[in-house]
Design a protein around this ligand. Structure first.
Ligand code: FEO
Ligand code: CA
Ligand code: CA
Length: 674
């Protein structure tokens, strides 16, 4: 790519865009994905286009089921959740009762009365023993590679004993303008700044200890800390699964196509029953330049000219004109074992390649493992992987093979109301719910492709194109997809989609444009994560409660809080759904927040606000500890619209903002939320 090639025009850095995210989030997080046309050019139908055919099929199906009990689709799939939502069904446990945190724009963490919080670890804090102390004005890549990275997103926590634990944190991306004084763009950046930014990506493992038997945890800062680890852009990864070693993954530096350096833009994730972390490589396209002008690169949004970051200036592999296959080595679910600091992290190709938000697992009825995943792009898809092997408790070596063989599915959803009743305004259809049925369409197993014209490896590398070919349902940016550990129902945060036009609204994505997002609930047929059919319902349509287009599972909207841009999900041990947001400043003009909502019983839909995060920060994490004494929260990109010279946030310490991980606990020792 000649230096004279036209640069992609930088877009203005003010105002709320992309469904409420700030312009700088858009630029640095996802390379301004929302400013470009949605990359899904497939002609997959919106539900309204195919409704008539579906209606006739469902009518026939319903008739066939009468008098037979449940058929292969199951009655539950025809009336999703209805049986569980009756007003007389007792809630399985106390609902959250804390006093709401009110919307605000303060540059601090706010938790409810009776709670306290503590900043556990901040960008730049030493992670590896012997790491230098953070020196904001004299940053180096070498120092950053030993220190806590930038923008924290997913948080996992593994108890070692009652008073010690390992915290895993994804470092999704960097905000260079508030990291380096005088930064303007990647082309003119000091190459050392680019090295710092590269090293600030990835993940961290840090050991924590409990404070005085409370829900407070603090960073251990002395001693050997054998588990502490930084994963950066230079960390070797092993590639496994059916696409490992395929010619699409081979490069000059790795002719076997099985060894990759680093992971990119890791967003959300999950913990497995066998003690590992699954972490999703999300907007990996934005780090590259010079992509070939072909469908397979365009479908993932790779720039044919220059990216804003210009990592190619310090590492040639990010120039796809020279190393086109490097693009195929990112975009996977990675698996990391935080208990073994010497282990090589793994890229699991069997779980497909797309803009993985994250992955969360559930055990199927027969003991196998299902992983639920979202592809966070406007009009992209929901996926599920089901292993062919069973989980074996205590057999770590065996369990580390579970994600390498099985079946990869993509979701197709169908509504059960007439298309003309879904008008894009959010008005409920005459049956009172946005709901319907769906099926998991098999894309491939490790041995066989189910997509015409695609080999198994091609399905797993060009997954978006394979899913286009089977008619998957275009969703409003699937973020976290997470099964409830209490009920097994699966929840998906659909954060927003400004590009959905009114005529493109369908029952699973009922507003066009969708400015505030919604949450989807999936009830697998037979309550089994191995099922290939499911029912679904939309329990939460976000926005201001006063807005007619919003819906809180039928709960009295005078008693709920506003929410916008749902992103990360978590559950407490009662099965209440915790929802953090990324975009309330641009849509509700208030700081992002952590909310919690019962999803069972008569308080289903009673959404409360547990915490708010500092100015221009996103409320990432969140995680409720197993003993429910602690909420972990990761405010990322505080002050993202500022500069070093003119900061808009100075949280948590003054001077300049530092993305950090926080814990909150009840001062009286109660379970959090109650
Ligand atoms: Fe990194 Fe989809 O949020
Ligand atoms: Ca309906
Ligand atoms: Ca996210």
């Amino acid at each position: 790519m000649p230096e004279s090639a036209p640069r992609r025009r930088l877009l203005p850095l003010i105002g709320g865009v992309g469904g409420g995210r700030s312009a700088k989030t858009c630029l640095y997080r996802c390379g301004n994905a929302c400013f470009h046309p949605a990359p899904n050019k497939s002609d997959n139908p919106y539900f309204g286009d195919i409704f008539q055919g579906v209606l006739s099929r469902r009518t026939a199906l319903k008739g066939a089921l009468v008098g037979t009990g449940a058929g292969s689709l199951g009655l539950a799939a025809l009336s999703p959740a209805a049986a569980d939502r009756g007003p007389n069904r007792p809630h399985p446990s106390p609902r959250p009762t804390f006093k709401n945190v009110l919307p605000n724009n303060r540059d601090e963490i706010t938790v409810p009365e009776g709670y306290d919080h503590h900043v556990i670890v901040r960008w730049g804090d030493p992670v590896l023993p012997g790491a230098p102390e953070f020196d904001f004005e004299n940053q180096t890549g070498e120092a950053q590679a030993q220190q806590f990275g930038y923008n924290c997103d997913y948080v996992g926590f593994f108890t070692l004993d009652g008073d010690h634990g390992l915290l895993w944190v994804n470092h999704e991306y960097t905000n260079e303008e508030i990291m380096f004084a005088g930064y303007t763009d990647g082309e003119t950046a000091d190459p050392e700044w680019i090295k710092v930014a590269m090293a600030a990506h990835g993940g961290s493992v840090v050991e924590l200890e409990r404070v005085d038997g409370t829900g407070q945890w603090k960073l251990i800062t002395e001693g050997e800390r054998p588990f502490n680890r930084r994963i950066t852009n230079e960390t070797p990864f092993r590639v496994t699964g059916p696409a490992a070693g395929h010619e699409l993954l081979r490069t000059d530096a790795d002719p076997e196509g099985v060894n990759v350096l680093g992971m990119l833009n890791n967003c959300a994730g999950g913990m497995t029953p066998w003690g590992t972390v699954l972490s999703g490589e999300e907007n990996f396209n934005q780090y590259f330049v010079g992509a070939p002008d072909t469908e397979s690169y365009a479908r993932y949004g790779f720039p044919t000219d220059y990216s804003g970051r210009r990592w190619d200036r310090v590492d040639e592999r990010f120039d796809l004109a020279k190393h086109p296959n490097e693009a195929h080595r990112f975009g996977y679910i990675v698996e990391i074992d935080p208990h073994d600091p010497d282990s090589t992290p793994v890229k699991r190709t069997m779980l497909g390649r797309f803009k993985h938000e994250g992955a969360n697992v559930n055990i199927t009825e027969d003991g196998r493992v299902a992983a639920y995943m979202g592809d966070d792009e406007r009009f992209d898809y929901l996926y599920k992987f089901v292993s062919d092997k069973k989980y074996v408790e205590g057999s770590h070596k065996h369990n580390m093979t579970l994600l390498d063989s099985g079946t990869l599915y993509v979701a197709r959803l169908e509504g059960n109301s007439p298309a003309e009743e879904i008008d894009g305004t959010g008005t409920l259809p005459s049956d009172g719910e946005f709901d319907g049925t769906g099926e998991w369409i098999a894309l491939c197993t490790d041995a066989e492709s189910h997509v015409d014209g695609f080999s198994v490896a091609e399905v797993l590398v060009h997954t978006r194109l394979a899913a286009d070919a089977v008619g998957a349902t275009k969703m409003d940016r699937p973020e976290d997809v997470e099964p409830s550990p209490v009920t097994g129902k699966v929840y998906c945060a659909l954060t927003n989609n400004d590009a959905r036009e009114p005529g493109q609204a369908d029952e699973p994505n009922p507003r066009g444009p969708n400015k505030f997002g919604h949450v989807l609930e999936i009830i697998e047929d037979g309550a089994d994560s191995a099922a290939t059919t499911f029912g679904w319902i939309v329990p939460l349509v976000c926005g201001e409660p006063e807005d007619d287009s919003t819906y809180y599972a039928g709960f009295d909207k005078s008693k709920v809080m506003a929410i916008s841009a749902p992103d990360n999900l978590a559950f407490d041990k009662q099965g209440n759904l915790w929802i953090s947001t990324d975009g309330q400043p641009g849509t509700l003009q208030t700081n992002d927040a952590l909310h919690v909502m019962p999803v069972e019983g008569r308080f289903r839909g009673e959404l409360r606000t547990f915490a708010t995060v500092p100015v221009e920060a996103e409320a990432c994490g969140p995680l409720i500890s197993e003993d429910q004494k602690t909420v972990f929260l990761a405010p990322q990109h505080p002050g993202e619209n500022g500069t070093v010279e003119e900061p808009t946030s100075v949280w948590p310490d003054g001077g300049f903002p530092r993305p950090s991980v926080v814990c909150a606990w009840h001062k009286g020792g109660r379970d959090v939320g109650n």
